[in-house]
Design a protein around this ligand. Structure first.
Ligand SMILES: [Ca+2]
Ligand SMILES: [Ca+2]
Length: 230
């Protein structure tokens, strides 16, 4: 086996470090993009901007709750939705149906997922995703926090949605090109009465990214360098 020594080894290490830093620079670009529709009428345009930012024409997965039996509590059930488990801090997230069923407001389609105010709601992905979007219905005070691979997080306060008729408003988050993927999402801070709801959740199940492979590769290079140094 060829082993670099002296000045030769020094320049090999310099080159490895330079290539590593360059790749990490490309993969480390910061903030991604939040989307939130200001009104029901703007949902189509806001969702289109979200798709454009995500580089898609439609989401890989759309969870609209239409096929889930009414009154099903989906809390903690990892087999209902692809790549997604929904949990809440009071263990209750129940499929509801019918116009006006969410504090007087309507699901999208016939059914939506209803939660009580004052609890945290989590969307957790088995494989971290590139984008997550959906609609909130009949809430005030809703904060959306996105937890990223590698430990970072970003938060945004969402527009209040009314408690009558079609009040659903679109929200979404798209990771930056080369930025960290989304491992989970938390909803918190909802006040008011009569519950609130989520509907039309949309996300993907990506294949492992170059940055993930790079992180593993960088670890391998570091190990090799430690061995060479001995
Ligand atoms: Ca629905
Ligand atoms: Ca409410």
């Amino acid at each position: 086996m060829y082993t670099a020594t002296g000045p030769n080894r020094f320049w090999i290490q310099v080159k490895i470090t330079f290539v590593g830093l360059t790749l990490l620079g490309i993969c480390g670009s910061a903030h991604a993009t939040f989307f939130n529709s200001a009104a029901f009428a703007n949902n189509g345009a806001t969702q289109s901007s979200f798709y454009t930012a995500a580089g898609i024409s439609s989401p890989q997965w759309l969870v609209d709750f239409e096929a889930i039996p009414v009154s099903t509590n989906v809390h903690g059930n990892a087999s209902l939705f692809p790549n997604l488990t929904i949990t809440t801090s009071n263990s209750s997230a129940v499929v509801t149906s019918g116009a006006g069923s969410i504090g007087g407001s309507n699901p999208i389609g016939a059914r939506a997922l209803q939660m009580a105010e004052g609890n945290n709601v989590f969307l957790t992905f088995a494989t971290p995703v590139d984008y997550i979007g959906g609609f909130d219905i009949d809430q005030s005070g809703l904060s959306l926090t996105v937890f990223l691979v590698g430990g970072g997080s970003e938060s945004v306060n969402l527009e209040t949605t009314a408690g009558d008729g079609n009040s659903a408003e679109f929200w979404g988050y798209v990771k930056n090109s080369g930025g960290p993927q989304i491992s989970s999402v938390r909803f918190s801070g909802v006040s008011g009465a009569s519950g609130w709801a989520l509907d039309n959740l949309q996300y993907n199940t990506p294949v492992p990214e170059p940055c993930t492979i790079l992180a593993l590769g960088t670890g391998a290079v570091a190990l090799m360098r430690r061995r060479m140094a001995k």
